[in-house]
Design a protein around this ligand. Sequence first.
Ligand SMILES: Cc1cc2nc3c(=O)[nH]c(=O)nc-3n(C[C@H](O)[C@H](O)[C@H](O)COP(=O)(O)OP(=O)(O)OC[C@H]3O[C@@H](n4cnc5c(N)ncnc54)[C@H](O)[C@@H]3O)c2cc1C
Length: 419
Amino acid sequence: MDLSYPPEAEAFRTEVRGWLEEHLPSEWGTPGFSMTADEWASFSTEWTKKLSEGRWICASWPQEYGGRGLSVMEGVVLNEEFARLNAPMRADFFGDTLVGPTILKWGTEEQKQHFLPKILSGAITWCQGFSEPDSGSDLASVSTRAELDGDEWVINGQKVWTTQAQYADYIFLLARSDPDAPKHKGISYLLVPMRQEGIEVRPIAQIDGSAEFNEVFFTNARCPKENVVGGVNNGWAVAMDTLGFERGTSATTGHRRFQKELESIIEAARRNGKAQDPLVRQGLARAWSKVKIMQINGFRTLTSTLNNDHSTIALGATNKMYWSEYHRDTMELALDILGMEGQILTAARAEGDGGSREVTEFVPGIGNRRQRPGYPVSPMQASFFFSRSETIWGGTAQIQRNIVGERVLGLPKEPKVAG
Ligand SMILES: Cc1cc2nc3c(=O)[nH]c(=O)nc-3n(C[C@H](O)[C@H](O)[C@H](O)COP(=O)(O)OP(=O)(O)OC[C@H]3O[C@@H](n4cnc5c(N)ncnc54)[C@H](O)[C@@H]3O)c2cc1C
């Protein structure tokens, strides 16, 4: 297998590298470098502006919509260079990774002109309104209603687990627009402004007291008639693409954050002597092998993408299942290695208002570490908590297995319970 990249890709690498060196703070990546919540907030705003001016966010989008029209190979190189320096490369995950590509694929020209520039500049932030109290894995059973009233949709119902809803300007939501149609055929995908009277957001307290996701209640909430994406009653097909973007991963860089984290777990095991324990050694070797498999699989994905013989469904489902289960198991191992140290809150206490305010610290290589002043988790503890959710959000690991079984391997469909 030849793993070298063509000369044009290497020339582009030099361009990206030069830009990053010029624009990142000079101390970035030096040992011990981190930012407090306030420093992170102001860096983030400035950085998004620079990324947007440099047209690095969603750079594979066509130029007329603010991208650079990058080739697959250039897109890979761009990801690799940003990942190498742990430089953030997005404005808002829900905007530029989920709804942006969805609008690009399914939106009308007016929707593209109106929303895409605001997504790229970070001017509007988004949340995802798919799950409901009785519709998670069985997403097609959503019961939130959307009815046309003149030039507007009127929305009634409830969403749940809506991450970042308390900060979002817009929600992209699935609502039932034809209650008489078969369940997959009567759903519309709507773009609804969040800041209006008919929408109430109630935060859900998590185990550490923070509230990252919410319940969202719609009582005669409204959005313009034109804000339906992909056509009335065609929301299921549109939503499947959004979920594909959510499950997708950056082929050759996806393993990097796990590799960095595993290095710090191995370091902890060496420090406290657990590295001598044969079971711990086996666990670490297993984790190391899985990270290598992710890396090699990344090259395989890239090769089949370049050869145009890849299956997006197969890759999305198998990758999501593999990395999320790897991470859950490895963070359990990490907590075992830490032993009693893992049970106590050892991180420096963040300054704040005594417990209610959520703060974020940024550690390059590890990412954002969310903590509350009253619950100062270490990066490893934070990662352990979050890893519990990774086999659930974006479609559970069991649902990914069903997709692989039915749609990739062609096994018989799972039996459905009537009703
Ligand atoms: C951190 C986090 C953030 C989230 N953010 C959002 C968000 O922003 N917006 C949003 O819309 N949703 C969000 N979700 C919700 C997420 O999409 C759902 O939790 C997920 O789809 C599972 O649905 P459920 O919780 O209703 O579980 P259920 O569907 O009730 O599943 C319960 C269990 O049964 C299993 N199961 C269900 N059906 C089958 C089947 N057919 N075959 C085999 N096993 C099955 C599941 O795998 C699971 O183990 C978030 C979830 C988490 C954890």
